[in-house]
Write a protein that binds this ligand. Structure first.
Ligand code: NAI
Length: 246
């Protein structure tokens, strides 16, 4: 389905990003596994992709660093000659109530989560405009839709991604590029491992389907949005959250 296509997934060493990288590779895409610190796990992801028979490469880059992102995109185009799919998955949390949230924690989350998306989208847009095709998929969050106490920085970054997604969809549609976002609810990954049992229980109580999602639940939606089947969908925010945001 995605044979001949080249995909970049940010923050793909583990968790949801890894599941997305594997799903795109299973559909035949060559996948660049971007990572920031987790070199060993990124290389492990590359090995798992190669075992599926697809091409893959790990690339270290902090998505908050504009110059480093530009260099990464140039290097991908130098090696593969094209770039068809961008999945902005890299993200961090630094939770605290507003009274205790430091400026540094606010800036760090906005820079990694929101500015990171701006950096990658800007850097890939020239190539996708030239190709007159492309798929951009941003991972936002139920927190960006509903808000969440203790996550002013994170919710603001994820709500920002929603505005960015809709605006990019409008700017790039005439050249055959679609831009959509997936909004996960609570998913079992390292990010939610840090939550206390009582917070996990309170979170589960808010999920109509009654349990956390799996990374694969998010990956199958991302793979669908990357596919030809989704060619008439753009500017949409698709919740994959067990019904949390109903
Ligand atoms: P995770 O912590 O397992 O994975 C995030 C990955 O992003 C890590 O590998 C990390 O190194 C990478 N990353 C962070 N900052 C980076 C940077 N500046 N440059 C490059 N890579 C960077 O977390 P998870 O759960 O897999 O999260 C993936 C995405 O899904 C994030 O955007 C997160 O906000 C979003 N999400 C997760 C939910 C959950 O319940 N786990 C719920 C809603 C959204």
């Amino acid at each position: 389905m995605l044979e001949g296509k080249v995909a970049l997934v940010t923050g793909a060493a583990k968790g949801i990003g890894k599941a997305i990288a594997l799903a795109l590779a299973a559909d035949g895409a060559a996948v660049i596994v971007n990572y920031n610190g987790s070199k060993d796990r990124a290389e492990q992801t590359v090995e798992e992709i190669k075992a599926l028979g697809a091409d893959a490469m790990a690339y270290q880059c902090n998505v908050a660093d504009t110059k480093a992102v530009d260099d990464m995109i140039k290097e991908i185009i130098r090696i593969y000659g094209r770039l068809d799919i961008l999945v902005n998955n890299a993200g961090i949390t630094r939770d605290n109530l507003i009274m205790k949230m430091t400026e540094e924690d606010f800036d760090a989350v906005i820079n990694a989560n929101l500015k990171g998306c701006f950096n990658t989208i800007k850097a890939v847009s020239r190539q996708m405009l030239k190709q007159r095709s492309g798929r951009i998929i941003n991972i936002t969050s139920v927190s960006g839709i509903l808000g969440n106490a203790g996550q002013a920085n994170y919710a603001a970054s994820k709500a920002g991604i929603i505005g960015l997604t809709k605006t990019m969809a409008r700017e790039l549609a005439s050249r055959g590029i679609t831009v959509n976002a997936v909004a996960p609810g609570f998913v079992d990954t390292d990010m939610t491992q840090t939550l206390s049992d009582s917070i996990k229980a309170a979170a589960t109580a808010q999920i109509p389907l009654g349990h956390f999602g799996r990374p694969e639940d998010i990956a199958s939606m991302a793979a669908y949005l990357a596919s030809e089947k989704a060619s008439y969908i753009t500017g949409q925010i698709i919740s994959v959250d067990g019904g949390m945001a109903i």
